[in-house]
Design a protein around this ligand. Structure first.
Ligand SMILES: [Zn+2]
Ligand SMILES: [Zn+2]
Length: 1207
């Protein structure tokens, strides 16, 4: 030490201290690694100081005492944040550079500067037991990975001073960071560096010569010189690490495989465009290349840069690459070229997918963003994507941090390969070279990746093309954000993404030919999986539940057109009728209609208690689902709960509720008359259309069982969708693993289910909660299990005993089971974590005062109990689901019970006016929005087979749950409603608290866009008049108009319905100041068709057609009526007359018109049966010769015309 310090006697104390620190470091860190016959510690320390001084520049006598010498182990141990250090830079220079870098990428901060002095040996990693072709900096304490922009093989094993470097730490425990060496290191050891050619360098062979030589067999070792045109990625195959170099010279090229472990670091020392000599190369043939021979290195091989690296190579490099380095603008150019060569376009299968050939380019750019580190996706220059997935993963992402400048050679250029990636994507393949030309000056998060990410593994396993890979990455990201970790474990995200890829791609479109990586690396012309790509395909977008929900909420109001909601008679409606018609409306759309590109939804199905529906959910949102089956059976299995499903087809249902006070139809364009509006949006899912991506454990057992039964029976009648269902139970969906717990179970068959209503929690409190009751028959006694049987097959012992009828009460959160319980099905009820069979035993309900009620024993379900649908029917099950009546049976059967259940199709829904009487309102508790809804509706339900037969069902939805899907065209089952007969002998139904309605299908969902509902039946008046078929509500009639009985034309006030003359309302007590009037007309004719006759009523809009008037005539007539306000003519004898002024010309005209043959003609109508107020027969005098009879005639059939088919 003293000997060393003697050289610096003139220096200050601070300098001396710094110098002794340097000496200690040299003594401890470096000299142990030097050969014993090497230089002394003193000379080494002197040399270090000298090199440091020279690196600092300016004044040779100054010492950089502000710099602390740091050992590798210290760096790794203590440096927790990224930093940079430079001996060259002044503070001003650093600030300037940092500012520039931050301006370019404002989201990042520049690397902070630390004054650290780093010295170490450059090694290639073999000393650490690796030969991964990387540089490492070593001292006695350890080693750290380092990356260099340019390096020389002459540096191997030398002690180096690193003037400028960045250190990027990795803060995970046990992981070291890495160094980015910015300025070339300076050799500290004294001896002159001389090139040892090693082996004979007698003859340097040209590339052309070498290529010729390879064609013949040659055993000699050769030395080849040429320009590097490809530096392949480092590969690790069959336990061997190697990389491929291609040298070219003029038109010929030759491939070299560098396979010796000690030569792997050469990869860092060569770059594209550089000229090199490599000695002692041997020719050999590679397995998998069909006898084609390549050159490989031998133990004695040496790499020799043709031109001294430090000085000239830089210039030469930029020169050689300048020609073929393109900017994005150029890239766009080559896109134009590519699109103009239609010969490249081929079609895979079907015309939808366009396949294009990628072009090969070189590119220079700056990394702006890491799009997806795991997927190897980066963004360059703000508009170009870079994908490195087809190359082996590079450690630390290969220094590709935001702000790094890179140069790419031989990368594939694709344009619009996927809608979910930048339009231009560059792809590095096994023949591409990716080289960093400047390290980033910015701090960035370091993302550590395994040797093979799950995405890359999937890429290799399935041999994916570039477009499919981009879609997979998009999908993986979406799943990770929306479903992981709650429903999909992080390590299963890629598996789920892969299954979705199966959904959008057919097998043939996905897999390409088997790969041969050697051929991909060396064959000319080059061909690899990226050579061909699909244009914008797969284009299916994966919407989150929230995205869809937002879209629907926007669409529901943007699609609102008030005139379209009203029938043609809107112009004749009073304000009351008009506003009532606007109260409720619905929109149904297919999912495909929401976006021009195909849409997929991914979510988990869950049961929800508050609305007693199944819902589709992800992290972003939940949507209620109306679940139906293609065969219109209502049976939805409990196994759907917890399934991760992909929805490709479904119906988006949007119901609108509005409160309006429009004075008349003329004001419909003024939205200020809408006083309140809200909506409900939900999905209608057809369970047969769902694609199970990850089944719940019950579902996988259910699928396995049904597969088993299929195999036992005849050949499976598999439909396309179900065969695609995943095979195994390796669900990515997280499920609570509790199958080992002991439990007790009860098997029951559901006989009857009641509707959900608000129930009193207890007698004393006023709080109420939702609940419902079921009646079930126990199939067997309660059983003990050592594990949870879930929905496994029924065991013999479970059928012992039983036969008891029990009442199951569901309240609170147990209401969630409502949509999956169906009369006729068998269920297993399970109480977990107990061995007490008494838990599931039903007890007689004791009423107050200890009196036992006569009802069946009851069981109150507990929230933690589970219910499983069992598909297997027990052998002794006699009764299936109780058969439902049809609408026709409800109407006609005189023996129909008072409480009926039937099925039919909704043809109309009308919201009834709220009663203004102050009855206590039992509003639904489910959401605040419900309080705004008018929940009393009248459904017109028509018979499924005979559309003319209809029954009105009055539902009060206010005391239970809102039922989804009560929309015209929906098939439904109405359970437990009261059948009543009106005074006019009409049959109608009224809901009771026990009633419930389940929709089993919307017209649009399963069948797709089908034709309009079937037309009403053709009726003969004679048979329609007979009492039995009077319940047919709508029918078509062809007949002759015998005469017009009466015609009433009037203008009435739209608000108070008084007669309106000219511009004033006729009401005087109290006066009405309304200015809007509507014209109404009513006509009544006698129609005869040979079998009988009927009185047919025509309302406003059809009167014009009845009278055969054109628009001008009809409007002129209305103007004339306006003078008097109203006119009524009626038949007296053979002419028509009116009460007040029969000689008026208008009356004369109407009278003439009504008796003309234009009106009394053959006519084809659709009519509706009109309720008769008086059911009494009429007594009429009939003359027969001289005799007069008094006959009893049944009242005439009264019909209301709905539509005139012929004018
Ligand atoms: Zn390629
Ligand atoms: Zn009025």
């Amino acid at each position: 030490m003293e000997e060393f310090l003697n050289h610096f006697k003139s220096h200050s104390r601070a300098d001396q201290r710094w110098l002794s620190a340097v000496f200690e470091a040299v003594q401890q860190q470096f000299s142990p690694l030097l050969d014993s016959d090497g230089v002394s510690v003193v000379r080494l320390a002197q040399s270090v100081v000298e090199k440091v001084q020279r690196a600092v520049g300016s004044d040779y006598t100054d010492l950089p005492v502000s710099y602390r010498i740091v050992s590798v182990s210290e760096l790794i141990r203590d440096q927790r944040t990224a930093c940079c250090s430079s001996l060259h830079w002044s503070s001003a220079h650093y600030r300037d550079q940092a500012k520039k870098a931050e301006q370019m990428l404002p989201n990042y901060k520049a690397l902070p500067r630390d004054n650290l002095l780093l010295i170490g040996f450059l090694c290639d990693g073999r000393a650490d037991g690796t030969s991964e072709g990387e540089w490492r900096v070593r001292d006695a304490g350890g080693s750290v990975l380092c990356m260099m922009l340019k390096s020389s093989c002459l540096w191997l094993g030398r002690l180096m001073l690193f003037p400028t470097w960045n250190y990027i730490p990795q803060n995970a425990p046990g992981a070291a960071g890495y160094l980015e060496v910015v300025d070339p290191p300076v050799c500290v050891t004294l001896e002159a560096m001389t090139f040892d050619p090693g082996g004979a360098l007698t003859e340097v062979m040209s590339v052309r010569h070498a290529a010729e030589l390879l064609a013949h067999s040659c055993e000699d070792q050769v030395c080849v010189g040429g320009q590097v045109c490809v530096v392949g990625p480092l590969l690790f195959i069959c336990g061997k690490r190697f990389f491929c170099l291609v040298l070219s010279d003029g038109g010929s090229s030759v491939a070299l495989f560098i396979r010796e472990p000690k030569h792997q670091y050469w990869r860092q020392c060569v770059c594209v465009g550089q000229s090199v000599w490599i000695s002692s190369l041997r020719a050999c043939s590679l397995h998998g290349l069909e006898g084609r021979r390549v050159l490989t290195d031998s133990c004695q091989s040496r790499l020799h840069p043709h031109t001294p690296l430090q000085e000239d190579s830089e210039e030469q490099d930029t020169h050689s690459t300048a020609d073929d380095t393109r900017t994005p603008a150029d890239a766009a150019h080559s896109l134009a070229d590519a699109t103009h060569t239609p010969a490249d376009d081929t079609h895979l299968s079907g015309p939808a997918v366009r396949v294009k050939r990628s072009t090969i380019i070189s590119f220079k750019g700056t990394v702006m963003k890491i799009l997806n580190a795991e997927a190897g996706l980066y963004e360059l220059d703000g508009q170009v994507g870079l994908c490195l997935a087809y190359q082996p993963t590079q450690k630390w992402g290969g220094g590709l941090r935001p702000g790094a400048e890179i140069q790419l050679h031989n990368v594939h250029f694709t344009y619009q390969a996927s809608p979910f990636a930048p339009r231009v994507v560059l792809w590095a393949c096994l023949r591409s070279s990716v080289q960093i030309t400047a390290f980033s000056r910015l701090c960035s998060e370091l993302q550590v990746l395994g040797p093979h990410g799950a995405l890359q593994r999937l890429l290799l396993e399935r041999n994916l093309g570039p477009s499919q890979y981009l879609w997979l990455c998009y999908c993986q990201k979406a799943i990770a954000e929306r479903l992981s970790p709650r429903w999909v474990r992080p390590d299963r995200v890629c598996v789920v993404a892969g299954r979705l890829l199966d959904v959008v791609c057919d097998a043939e479109q996905k897999t390409q030919k088997k790969r041969n990586i050697y051929r991909e690396m060396i064959q000319e012309p080059h061909h690899c999986p990226i050579t061909m790509y699909c244009v914008r395909w797969p284009s299916a977008a994966l919407w989150s539940v929230q995205q869809l929900c937002v879209w629907m909420l926007r669409e529901v109001w943007s699609s609102l057109s008030l005139p379209a909601l009203l029938s043609a008679s809107a112009a004749h409606m009073t304000a009351l009728e008009l506003n009532a018609a606007l109260r409720w409306s619905s929109v149904e759309l297919r999912l495909e209609e929401a976006s021009p590109d195909p849409l997929l939804l991914l979510g988990v199905l869950e049961l929800q208690a508050e609305s007693a529906t199944l819902q589709l959910r992800d992290h972003t949102h939940t949507l209620h689902c109306l679940c139906v089956r293609r065969d219109y059976s209502p049976n939805i299995s409990t196994a759907w709960q917890g399934c991760l499903v992909c929805v490709r087809r479904c119906t988006l249902v949007m119901e609108r509720f509005m409160k309006t006070n429009f004075p008349s139809w003329k004001h419909l364009d003024q939205p200020s008359y809408i006083t309140h509006k809200h909506c409900r949006v939900y999905l209608q899912l057809c369970m047969d259309d769902l694609i199970i991506i990850s089944p719940s454990s019950s579902m996988s057992r259910h699928l396995a069982d049904s597969k088993h039964t299929h195999a036992q029976g005849h050949a499976h009648r598999g439909c396309g969708e179900s065969s695609k269902r995943p095979r195994s139970a390796d669900a990515g969906v997280c499920e609570r693993a509790d199958s080992s717990a002991e439990c007790v179970s009860l098997l029951f068959r559901l006989e009857r289910k009641h509707g959900v209503t608000l129930q009193n929690v207890s007698a004393d409190t006023h709080t109420r909660q939702l609940g419902f009751m079921c009646r079930a028959v126990c199939v067997g006694d309660v059983q003990r299990w050592s594990h949870d049987p879930k929905n496994s097959r029924i065991q013999e012992r479970e059928r012992d005993g039983g036969g008891q009828t029990v009442e199951l009460h569901f309240t609170g959160s147990c209401v969630r089971w409502f949509p999956v319980l169906h009369p006729g099905c068998v269920y297993r009820l399970i109480a977990l974590n107990t061995e007490d069979v008494g838990v599931l035993e039903a007890k007689g309900v004791s009423a107050r005062g200890g009196v036992t009620q006569l009802s069946s024993p009851a069981l109150l379900l507990q929230p933690q109990w589970r219910i499983h649908t069992l598909t297997e029917e027990p052998a002794d099950a006699q009764a299936a689901a109780p058969a439902l009546m049809s609408v026709s049976e409800v109407l006609h059967s005189s023996s129909a019970p008072e409480i009926v259940s039937f099925h039919g199709i909704i043809s109309q829904r009308i919201t009834l006016q709220e009663d203004n009487e102050a009855k206590p309102k039992n509003k639904s508790v489910s959401s605040a929005a419900d309080t705004q809804e008018d929940l009393r509706v009248r459904l017109t339900v028509q018979d499924a087979e005979c559309p003319g037969l209809m029954v009105h069902v009055y539902l009060d939805l206010s005391c239970g749950l809102y039922t989804l899907g009560l929309i015209a065209g929906a098939a439904l089952q109405v359970h437990h409603v009261q059948r009543r007969v009106s005074r006019a002998c009409n049959v109608y139904c009224r809901s009771l608290p026990i009633s419930y309605v389940s929709v089993t299908g919307l017209r649009s969902v399963c069948s797709g866009p089908t034709a309009a509902p079937p037309p009403p039946p053709m009726m003969l008046l004679g048979s329609w008049a007979s009492v039995r078929s009077q319940k047919c509500l709508v029918g078509q009639v062809k007949g002759h108009v015998v005469c017009v009985l009466s015609l009433r034309l009037q203008w009435i006030c739209s608000l108070c319905s008084s007669i309106f003359t000219q511009t004033t309302c006729g009401r005087t007590h109290p006066p009405c100041d309304s200015t809007s009037a509507v014209f109404q007309a009513e006509g009544k004719v006698v129609l005869e068709d040979g079998t009988g006759e009927a009185h047919v009523w025509f309302s406003s809009e059809s009167v014009c057609d009845l009278l055969m008037l054109n628009t001008v005539q009809w409007e002129g007539l209305q103007r004339l009526i306006r003078v008097k306000g109203h006119v009524k003519v009626y038949t007296r004898g053979r002419t028509m007359t009116c009460d007040d002024s029969p000689d008026d010309s208008l009356i004369q005209y109407l009278s003439c018109l009504c008796s003309s043959i234009r009106v009394c003609r053959q006519i084809h109508l659709t009519c509706r049966w009109r309720a008769q107020k008086t059911g009494k027969s009429q007594l009429r005098k009939v003359h027969r010769g001289q005799t007069e009879f008094i006959c009893k005639f049944p009242p005439a059939l009264q019909l209301q015309c709905q539509h005139i088919h012929t004018r």
